[in-house]
Design a protein around this ligand. Structure first.
Ligand code: MG
Length: 158
């Protein structure tokens, strides 16, 4: 059996006005993330982890921000298309482990809902989706509430 790990990381800027799209769901919050697509920082990190593990490039090469077609693009759709490419190479997703770095909102009340949504998108069990929230301790761009970042590692087997 072959195993591959993948790592994804992403940052998006916060601007006033909710809701906040994170992990494929809309959270009630007074800020939203800004980007060329719908700026779902967690789905972007997961997409890059999957593509990285399979050595199939990254989200920026598949969906360049220079292409107007990608404006406002649904990140769930990008994740699914990347996952299809990964599965086409006969890779099987063993698990994901994700960290969301955000001063606010608290992730805990939404944790299970996000885990379920990600599991649903990838056709895996929510038990295979690790998800943790961390603050920036009021320091730096995360701590000052200017950005939200996400990190993801994944394991593939075939
Ligand atoms: Mg992004």
């Amino acid at each position: 059996m072959e195993l591959r790990i993948g790592l994804g990381h992403d940052t998006h800027r916060l601007e006033p006005g909710g809701p906040l799209k994170l992990g494929g769901i809309d959270l009630e919050f007074d800020y939203h993330l800004v980007g060329h697509s719908d700026a779902d920082v967690l789905l972007h990190a997961i997409t890059d982890a999957l593509l990285g593990a399979a050595n199939l490039g990254d989200i920026g090469s598949l969906y360049p921000d220079s292409d107007p077609a990608n404006r406002g693009r649904d990140s769930a759709q990008m994740l699914l298309e990347a996952y299809i490419r990964v599965q086409r190479e006969r890779w099987h997703l063993v698990n994901l482990d994700c960290v969301v770095l955000a001063e606010r909102p608290k992730l805990l009340p939404y944790r299970q809902q996000i885990q379920r949504r990600i599991a649903e998108l990838l056709n895996i069990d929510p038990q295979q989706v690790g998800l943790k929230g961390k603050t920036g301790e009021s320091v730096g761009e995360v701590g000052e509430g200017r950005v939200i970042q996400a990190q993801c590692v994944c394991l593939l087997s075939r």
